[in-house]
Design a binder for this molecule. Structure first.
Ligand SMILES: [Mn+2]
Length: 348
């Protein structure tokens, strides 16, 4: 499998140099970490500590939702710091690191609260990511590829160049890579490349239990989530003749259904199962803003609407952003009208 993925040799030797000269390593990913973010961190941390004997700390801006506990628990408790819960320890770990790995994000502000600590850190910074338009100048070494399912897939490709065989990866590393690829591809529904299936095949041969991952990712929710989904589809789904759909999860609905982080994962994809819809948005009310997820069919750009109207970006058919008050709309009740106008602009 060596050299099959086209990872440049000079980048690999620079990576080896950075790893060799580091004792303590910090591994970071983005705000509201999803399966690919946590999977990437768990995989890289496992490889660097178990294979290379490094002292590795994972630093995340906020805690992953409970549905991701099955991956999070693979990171040793004392080696996982949440900036939102213990900012001092998180900033200290970044400042003391001899090397910093930043995974599954393209811009430094995506690490949220740790951004200043990350920018001012003296240690070499390595980016491994699959989003478009990475902030290249902020890093000493960048592995960036958009033609992969996930950051986990790109990490897998790099590790294969290093170790040559998936069977040589520690079990936690292999499992975490399969997790991130499975969640980011929505269980092989989106962004599946020939290399994605080669990776899945190699990890299965290495002994990863995919049934357990699928059960944990897709079939482990509380019954509240199903009731919330029913409510959202019945009462909150808006559509336009041009093929847009959106739902807005308000604070009031969150409270009524005892909402917990991560429980609306996948809701944004559901409208796209209708042949009449080509652009779908899901808004979640937060303290002073809405978090926005956008998905689109091929031929319609989720990224365009996310970047033009929601201060965001991401992938062509899967993007995210935010809707700010009062910058974008005077009050929360104007969100629906703003979304409608934005979709009309983009689906002309
Ligand atoms: Mn990702």
């Amino acid at each position: 499998m060596n050299e099959a993925f086209g990872i440049p040799k000079d980048k690999l030797s620079k990576l080896e140099e950075i790893i060799d000269s580091a004792g303590r390593i910090a591994v970071l990913s983005h705000m509201n970490p999803d399966g690919d973010a946590v999977g990437s961190c768990a995989a890289v941390a496992s490889f660097l500590s178990e294979v290379r004997g490094k002292d590795v700390t994972v630093v995340l801006p906020n805690a992953p939702g409970a549905p991701l506990d099955f991956i999070t628990k693979r990171i040793p408790k004392e080696k996982l710091l949440i900036h939102g819960e213990d900012p001092e320890a998180a900033v200290k770990a970044i400042g003391e690191a001899d090397a910093i790995f930043v995974l599954d994000l393209n811009r430094l502000d995506r690490v949220s609260g740790e951004e200043d600590a990350l920018r001012s850190a003296k240690a070499p910074k390595v980016l491994i990511d699959h989003h478009l338009g990475p902030e290249v100048e902020a890093f000493d070494l960048v592995f960036s590829k958009a033609e992969v399912s996930s950051a986990c897939e790109l990490i897998f490709q790099i590790l294969m160049e290093i170790v040559g065989d998936a069977k040589k990866l520690p079990p936690t590393c292999a499992y975490a890579l399969m997790c991130g690829m499975t969640t980011d591809s929505n269980n092989f529904a989106n962004s599946v490349f020939p290399s994605t299936l080669r990776m899945a095949s190699a990890l299965l041969e290495a002994g990863v239990d995919r049934d357990e991952i699928v059960e944990s990712v897709f079939n482990s929710y509380r019954i509240n989530r199903i009731r919330l989904l029913g409510h959202m589809l019945d009462n909150c789904l808006q559509t336009t003749p041009e093929g847009a759909a959106w739902m807005i999860l308000t604070q009031e609905i969150k409270e009524r259904f005892d909402f917990r982080d991560g429980e609306t994962e996948g809701f944004v994809n559901i409208p796209l199962t209708s042949k009449d819809i080509r652009l779908s948005l899901f808004l979640t009310e937060e303290d002073d803003r809405f978090r926005v997820s956008v998905r689109s069919r091929k031929g319609t750009s989720a990224r365009e609407i996310a970047s033009r109207f929601f201060h965001g970006g991401g992938h062509e058919n899967a993007s995210g952003g935010r809707l700010l008050i009062p910058e974008d709309i005077p009050s929360k009740s104007d969100a629906g009208a703003y979304v409608e106008k934005a979709t009309k602009e983009c689906l002309k």
